[in-house]
Design a protein around this ligand. Structure first.
Ligand SMILES: [Zn+2]
Length: 138
């Protein structure tokens, strides 16, 4: 059973980012560690994001790669990604499931203006496995 711990500062930054960029979506990286069955999220780094009703959201890939290099140069590790749902709930919508289908397996946080939810997605041969992981705030 996967367990997840998030720092209070990372948790609060996620809801603040959702508010700050609304009605647009903001996405980015979850930085931390994975030890055994425990995912630790210590900080979040936002990436320039495009929002559209047709594709939901897309990172600016140039900025995405630049931020990713920064994180690696600092000797830190990306454990997953996040994006905001400024309006609506923290559930994975059809576009999210489509994107995750290409990615294959991932930890994803969806942040609304008031809520932070972590999902683990694993695509399978017959069906996809989607698990909501409870977050412990520390
Ligand atoms: Zn989404």
């Amino acid at each position: 059973m996967t367990k997840a711990i998030i720092t209070k500062s990372a948790h609060d930054k996620l809801t603040q980012l959702a508010q700050k960029y609304a009605p647009k979506i903001i996405c980015g990286f979850l930085v931390g560690s994975i030890e055994g069955e425990t995912v630790c999220i210590n900080e979040v780094r936002e990436v320039l994001t495009r929002t559209s009703p047709s594709f939901h959201f897309k990172p600016n890939w140039y900025n995405y790669n630049a931020i990713l290099s920064e994180i690696k140069e600092e000797g830190k590790k990306v454990v997953g990604e996040f994006h905001s749902h400024p309006y609506g709930g923290p559930e994975l919508n059809l576009n999210d499931r489509k994107i995750l289908g290409y990615v294959g397996s991932a930890y994803w946080i969806i942040a609304t203006m008031s809520e932070v939810v972590l999902w683990h997605f694993k695509s399978g041969e017959t069906s996809d496995c989607i698990e909501k992981i409870s977050l412990e705030i520390k």
